[in-house]
Design a protein. Structure first.
Length: 49
């Protein structure tokens, strides 16, 4: 299933994961190409980074 969504914010990305889970009970691949850049460990980044 291909889903086109606005992933520039947390809610758009969360909606995609929820939709995949509801339809297929799993998510095999998540590719985010939002065009933003931030460096550092994922656990240390915030939505505003």
């Amino acid at each position: 299933m291909l889903i086109k969504a606005d992933s520039t914010g947390v809610q758009g990305a969360a909606d995609v994961v929820t939709l995949a889970d509801e339809r297929h009970d799993r998510l095999d691949v998540d590719f985010d190409s939002a065009g933003t850049a931030a460096a550092g460990p994922l656990t240390e980044l915030s939505e505003s980074t």
